[in-house]
Design a protein around this ligand. Structure first.
Ligand code: 5GP
Ligand code: ZN
Length: 140
């Protein structure tokens, strides 16, 4: 499986860097965003290193989509947000900062701005608690 040695998400997938993990399947790993936009902000990441949507295989993208659906349902069940943003950036010009293909799932409250600037790092015990709450809501 292709990995990139200086990639933080490859390190997380390999268990060489910490993360608040929710679940995984053959092709994807799910963990909490370290700088959440909102409570429950989750990332669905390919296990294999692909830089972006252009490099990723259709099979990997399909796996991320299927897992994102499971996570979306779990987020809805746990937080009952007013809405949910699903977001995926390709290239610095599009706002990508970690160059390993991934999907964001962000519970949203009515009137909340979707801003990726000025976020602060969440405490690891808070993220671990949220990861466990999402995992407990997975039904399929
Ligand atoms: P992008 O900007 O590439 O669409 O999203 C990258 C996301 O990864 C950002 O929301 C950022 O907060 C998150 N992130 C960056 N470094 C780490 C890390 O080491 N661990 C985790 N869990 N998230 C990270
Ligand atoms: Zn990577």
């Amino acid at each position: 499986m292709h990995r990139k040695d200086d990639c933080i998400f490859c390190k997380i997938v390999a268990g060489e860097a910490p993360s608040a993990q929710v679940t995984e399947d053959e092709r994807t790993l799910v963990f909490m965003d370290l700088f959440p936009v909102s409570e429950g902000h989750t990332l669905v990441v390919t296990k294999e290193h692909f830089e972006n949507v252009f490099e990723a295989t259709p099979e990997a993208i399909a796996a991320v989509g299927a897992m994102s659906k499971r996570i979306a349902d779990a987020l809805k069940a746990e937080w009952e947000p007013d809405g949910l943003s699903v977001y995926q950036a390709n290239g610095a010009a599009a706002g990508q900062t970690v160059f390993h293909y991934h999907m964001h799932l962000m519970p949203r409250d009515a009137g909340s701005a979707l801003t990726l600037q000025g976020r602060t790092q969440a405490a690891s015990d808070v993220l671990a608690d949220q990861a466990a709450r999402i995992a407990a809501r997975l039904v399929h």
